[in-house]
Write a protein that binds this ligand. Structure first.
Ligand SMILES: *Cc1c(COP(=O)(O)O)cnc(C)c1O
Length: 465
């Protein structure tokens, strides 16, 4: 399997190379040159598989001959053994044709564990084999940082540095990062905001000279292909559980960077009968506006009750554009330049293609709270604010009663107690057992100035692996 850049000018890579790369050298994102296809008979056969077995089936063609099948199976089994539910991704019915796919049974209680638990293990495997060591550098406003730290804490060949804005992430989210201890784990609390953190990460990837002895940086955000790959699996898992291939389903996906929902798009291209993919956004609605007005342009960031979807640019959208524009890399490079200069106007063909599969819905904080309250009233099921955005969009869509609509529940409600309170509910949501002593654990972090040179000096002085 070869991976090519959406901007058409970077070299094609194999799986191992793409795993160790962030952005392509031409500024694009890597995508598979072609996709594995599953027939209706193949999909019917998936009903007999448990989650790790299904993951093996879906992931193996992407990994190709870079990792022997038995080793890959071991990595996948270890990964999903970390999840605290036998089904790994169980489903709950909350309405006549409404379902919730619970993706929060991993170590950090958010769906990012599905990809980052696997990514850490895949990285360590290939690094061990190559006798190579790397540095993971990432910025987080919440969920990515803790999932990356949990995913890499046992990796012998990785030092991990996560930047978060000092005093601007929730207590639960901060403690999920700072209470994980290891020589190779570094939490940097930057005296600045999330954009400052992200800008320093970007600048560091652009010029890696501050790293000594041939180390390089690896990205753990969703531009890393392996993250998208891991997320394809649960679309198959859920659809098959509800009757695919005989019955088509729809998915509603709480969306920020378009990584999770892009995995759903790929599942459909691989043969899964998905009738519709609903893009559910909070009021940072760049994608909803794009689909509604055929124009993709940024607006200022707004803070919402669903902070993990607070974005101004939806980086993985470029991967969809690549297909909408017949995989014409030169055209995508030009469009992304127009985006940097202001906004993209879509062609009629591109827009028709997008609207044939995707619809979108923008959900306010007030509607998010209404949804948390009404789902609780109707079935005593507690949604976190991100999942509530998804359920609200699912209920507002025009999908017929014969099609099951599956909302991805991307986080556990205990991560966002304030939103639950704001919804007028008095429930105290307990953290799952493995995190119940979270507030008694020791925290370890370093507060650093909002200064690139200082952050880079800290990193180069603390590389240990
Ligand atoms: C990251 C995240 C999202 C958004 O996922 P994307 O892949 O960026 O679209 C939604 N909900 C939660 C809880 C998240 O952590």
């Amino acid at each position: 399997m070869k991976y090519i850049s959406t901007r058409g000018r970077a070299p094609a890579l194999n799986f191992e190379q793409v795993l160790l790369t962030g952005l392509a050298s031409d500024g694009g994102l890597y995508v598979p040159e072609s996709l594995p296809k599953f027939s209706p008979e193949d999909i019917a056969g998936m009903a007999a598989l448990d989650y790790p077995q299904l993951a093996q089936k879906i992931i193996a063609p992407f990994v190709d001959d870079c990792i022997p099948a038995d080793d890959l199976r071991g990595i996948i089994e270890d990964t999903y053994a970390e999840f605290r539910h036998n089904a790994v991704a169980p489903m709950v019915q909350i309405g006549a044709n409404q379902w919730v796919l619970e993706l929060f049974h991993g170590p950090t209680l958010a769906f990012k564990d599905f990809a980052l638990q696997l990514l850490g293990r895949l990285l360590d495997y290939v690094l061990e084999r190559k006798h190579q060591k790397v540095v993971i550098l990432g910025a987080t406003s919440g969920d990515t940082g803790s999932a990356a730290i949990e995913g890499c804490k046992h990796c012998k060949n990785i030092d991990i540095f996560i930047l978060h804005p000092h005093n601007r992430v929730s207590d639960v989210q901060r403690r999920q990062m700072t209470t994980v201890h290891g020589d190779n784990i570094h939490n940097l609390a930057v005296e600045g905001n999330f954009d400052d953190c992200q800008a320093m990460v970007k600048a560091s990837f652009g010029n890696q000279g501050f790293l000594a002895d041939e180390r390089s940086l690896v990205a753990v955000n969703s531009i890393n292909w392996a993250r998208i790959m891991a997320q394809i699996v649960y679309y198959f898992y859920a659809a098959v559980a509800l009757g695919a291939p005989a019955r088509a389903v729809a998915f509603s996906v709480p969306t920020g960077n378009f990584g999770d929902i892009f995995a759903g798009y790929l599942a459909r291209q691989m043969g899964l009968p998905i009738e519709r993919l609903i893009i559910a956004t909070n009021r940072n609605d760049v994608l909803h506006r794009a689909l509604t007005n055929a124009s993709y342009g940024r607006q200022p960031l707004e803070h919402s009750l669903s902070p993990s979807m607070d974005i101004t640019v939806s980086s993985n959208f470029e991967r969809l554009l690549f297909d909408l524009y017949d995989r014409d890399g030169a055209r995508i490079a030009q469009l992304m330049k127009e985006f940097d200069d202001g906004a993209i106007q879509f062609s009629d063909t591109a827009m028709q293609r997008a609207r044939a599969l995707f619809s979108s819905h923008c959900v306010s904080d007030e509607q998010t709270c209404e949804q948390i309250a009404s789902t609780w009233r109707e079935c005593e099921y507690l949604l976190d604010p991100h999942s509530a955005v998804g359920v609200r969009a699912a209920l507002r869509s025009d999908i017929g009663p014969a099609t099951p609509v599956i909302t991805l529940a991307t986080a556990h409600p205990a991560k966002f107690p304030d939103a639950i309170k704001q919804s007028g509910l008095s429930q105290v949501v307990a953290l799952p057992l493995h995190l119940q002593d979270l507030f008694e654990r020791d925290e370890r972090m370093d507060v650093v100035p909002n200064d690139l040179a200082a952050v880079q000096a800290f990193i180069s002085a603390n590389i240990k692996a």
